[in-house]
Design a protein around this ligand. Structure first.
Ligand code: ZN
Length: 70
């Protein structure tokens, strides 16, 4: 089931390459590396605030995007 939907999406829209991103926590300033297509919720290692929320596609960045690692 999952494989079928992935294939379908690839036909409709060629997926851009996933990238690593550096996200800063707005609450405590901790910076950590995540993934711009994270499939799980990424939380701050220090205060546990949600920084990246998965959507099934490109993740929603709830923290501050510091930079993108190419
Ligand atoms: Zn934090």
């Amino acid at each position: 089931m999952v494989q079928a939907s992935v294939k379908k999406r690839k036909i409709l829209v060629p997926e851009p390459k996933s990238r690593f991103i550096v996200v800063s926590c707005p609450d405590c300033g901790n910076e950590q590396i995540s993934f711009d297509r994270a499939s799980i919720v990424v939380r701050c290692r220090v205060c546990n605030r949600v920084l990246v929320r998965p959507t099934g596609g490109k993740a929603i960045i709830e923290g501050k995007l510091v930079r993108v690692l190419e």
